[in-house]
Design a protein around this ligand. Structure first.
Ligand SMILES: [Zn+2]
Length: 277
């Protein structure tokens, strides 16, 4: 994921790039925005830009050793923490139990919700959480020396799903950060992140995509008409994930509308047999 693959958010991208150029990258940042604003894509592109060995003024190079490993999300200085579930793989699960699935999932598209992720790992109705067991993993990973980059970067997706014990450990690390460590917290519901963590992170507030940004993205990705893209982006209200879902489900929505119309017609005619059928 690089910046040019994000369909908008030019102002935020400009700010992030400036922070690198001016060497004032804050060691703990909270990317906060509503679902579908592209916050995870921004965090991934930012981390890659920071680690790139040949970055331009606008983006990472995509070719250096770091970029190649970033593309596969296997860079040894890039760490992920994200909600997982108990039971399926471990009684005390940590993100690394699911890292293969995570890489595959994020590679498909950086625009997703917690439900998309839980569906992907097929957990039924289980609640995803960042469990207490993750705390010692975070400490272990960040106590390692950097392998290849100047920075170790830890992307924490949905810090609002973090167990209290993990939050406390993380808080300590944010207060006394290990050398050359960068925390990027990506939250859909920043108000639910514990206030002590919120207040110690630099807040990067991410607005929703504009209607025209969503529209252009849909036209490119789904090859739909401008009119249809405009309708969908209007309904999606800047939420790119919702817009993609609406596009993907459009045919089934139309089928359902037909079924509903028939249902109403049979009810009106009191045609009980057809209605039951
Ligand atoms: Zn590069």
């Amino acid at each position: 994921m690089n910046f040019s693959q994000i369909p908008g958010q030019k102002e935020i991208i400009g700010k992030l790039i400036r922070s690198v150029k001016e060497e004032r990258v804050s060691h703990a940042q909270l990317f906060a925005g509503n679902e579908g604003c592209g916050s995870m894509a921004l965090a991934l592109a930012y981390a890659r830009y920071i680690s790139c060995e040949d970055r331009s003024d606008h983006d990472s190079c995509g070719k250096c050793k770091s970029c190649v490993k970033y593309e596969k999300m296997i860079h040894p200085d890039l760490h992920f923490v994200f909600p997982v579930i108990k039971g399926k793989k471990a009684t005390d699960p940590v993100s690394d139990n699911y890292i293969e699935e995570w890489r595959e999932f994020v590679s498909k598209s950086p625009f997703f919700t917690i439900n998309d992720w839980l569906d992907f790992i097929e957990v039924g109705n289980a609640q995803g959480m960042i469990f207490a067991s993750e705390a010692s993993e975070i400490i272990r990973k960040l106590s390692l020396k950097t392998f290849e980059s100047d920075f170790k970067i830890m992307i924490i997706w949905l810090p609002e799903k973090m167990h209290q014990a993990t939050s406390n450990k993380l808080l300590k690390m944010i207060e006394e950060p290990p050398e050359k460590t960068l925390f990027l917290l990506v939250s859909d519901e920043p108000d639910k992140v514990i206030p002590t963590i919120q207040s110690r992170c630099q807040l990067v507030r991410i607005p929703a995509f504009s209607d025209s940004e969503v529209e252009n993205y849909l036209i490119k990705r789904f090859a739909i008409t401008k009119e249809k893209a405009a309708d969908i982006s209007h309904v999606a209200n800047g939420n790119l994930i919702r817009a993609i879902e609406l596009c993907e489900n459009e045919s089934s929505s139309l089928d359902n509308l037909d079924r509903f119309k028939n249902l109403m017609r049979f009810a009106w005619k009191r045609d009980v047999i057809s209605l039951i059928n």
